[in-house]
Design a protein around this ligand. Structure first.
Ligand SMILES: NC(=O)c1ccc[n+]([C@@H]2O[C@H](COP(=O)([O-])OP(=O)(O)OC[C@H]3O[C@@H](n4cnc5c(N)ncnc54)[C@H](OP(=O)(O)O)[C@@H]3O)[C@@H](O)[C@H]2O)c1
Length: 233
């Protein structure tokens, strides 16, 4: 059986790093993508992964990363679009196109950019998969359910960006029938993203992504899942 080769963006820390650690532990070959050379290399060295520089907002950086992986590994089986930002904490009245452009570029446009660049590498896999790290904060159902923690914060740009990530996922799943394209909701997890206020550990927060990265090739496409199962859109 061929070894699974997985490329993860934003993997120098937080959920991306923990995903890399767990997939390596499970025997996968992981290429650790990060925008900062020093921090990325240090993280990869700690885990025994190969480091590739990638700033997901930069076309040239993304194209270089894909070329590097083609030259070294020759293909990938799993692409994990994990890199993301929380964006501005300004009140809604003060949000402008600048804040919106920044967060949509990183969280949404980058998924198109990276997926486009890595598609030729995925197409060399027998069972290619793309996993987009979305959020329950991007779910219309959860953000309007008073029983759910996702209904408490008000964060127009972050929620809208993650709703777009989930929609991109289901549309790519329909457009690319040869590739399993799924989205995950990690759940509220203690990382730098939220000043470590999340109530889950990074291991709990990566349960869903690890499942999607290791499941059977016919497990299905166009799904949005958390560690507890399907997530309402
Ligand atoms: N933590 C949660 O509760 C939670 C819940 C739901 C969804 N998520 C999602 O999970 C993903 C990972 O979040 P996290 O909690 O692990 O946050 P984190 O600890 O802040 O890590 C975010 C990662 O993304 C990277 N990144 C940001 N912009 C980038 C860019 N332009 N190019 C390349 N890398 C970039 C960061 O790199 P630097 O270190 O260089 O900044 C870092 O490696 C995000 O998509 C987030 O929206 C998190």
């Amino acid at each position: 059986m061929r070894m699974t080769i997985t490329f993860i963006t934003g993997a120098n820390k937080g959920l991306g790093y923990e995903t890399a650690r767990r997939l390596i532990e499970l025997g996968q070959t992981v290429i650790l993508g990060a925008r900062d050379r020093e921090r990325g290399r240090a993280a990869a060295d700690q885990l025994g992964a190969r480091f590739v520089t990638i700033d997901v907002t930069d076309d040239t950086s993304v194209a270089r990363a894909a070329a590097d992986v083609l030259a070294h590994e020759g293909r990938i089986d799993v692409l994990i679009n994990n890199a993301g930002i929380i964006g501005s904490h300004l009140p809604a009245e003060q949000l402008t196109g600048t804040e919106a452009t920044e967060i949509f570029n990183t969280n949404v446009v980058s998924i198109v950019r990276v997926t486009h660049a890595f598609l030729p590498l995925l197409q060399l896999s027998e069972h290619p998969a793309v996993i987009n790290v979305s959020s329950g904060m991007g779910s219309f159902a959860l953000t309007h359910d008073p029983e759910r923690v996702e209904s408490k914060p008000i964060s127009p740009l972050y929620t809208a960006s993650k709703a777009a990530v989930t929609m991109l996922t289901t549309q790519y799943a329909r457009a690319l029938p040869g590739i399993r394209v799924n989205a995950v909701d990690p759940g509220y997890t203690a990382t730098d993203f939220n000043g470590n206020s999340g109530y889950q550990t990074v291991t709990e927060g990566t349960d869903a992504v690890v499942t999607l990265a290791t499941e059977h090739a016919d497990a299905g496409t166009g799904r949005f899942v958390s560690r507890s199962g399907p997530v309402r859109w």
